[in-house]
Design a protein around this ligand. Sequence first.
Ligand SMILES: [Cu+2]
Length: 134
Amino acid sequence: MLLRTLRELSLSAYEMSRKTLSIVAILLAACLVNSCTSKRSSHNTRILPVSMRKFAIEPDVIQVKQGEDVLLVVSTKDVKHGFEVDDMGINEPIQPGKSASIHLDTSKKGEFNVACSIICGPGHNEMTAKIVVR
Ligand SMILES: [Cu+2]
């Protein structure tokens, strides 16, 4: 009798822990799904096309709001260029015929210089722009 009760007790404890585990697993899964979808939701993402060419970056002033979700879609009209924003840790080669999507960190206000990081000809140094986060 006592043995049986003990067995039942340990069984129910085992089942309880299994239940707890599955609840924790479900909660974890829900959190993961939620954070994934909120990061990937394209609802509020502002997509800004930027084009590079000899020897300009257009637009040369890219204005965004602090905290805004911004995706730059950078392409080149001629040769290979490099889209570089030193203070944002961005340096992306841009190949002809293939645009690059660059997610902007807009958490800090300020002006960030954009330059071409791949020497592309005599006007290479004139290839500048700025990102203004306000
Ligand atoms: Cu260039």
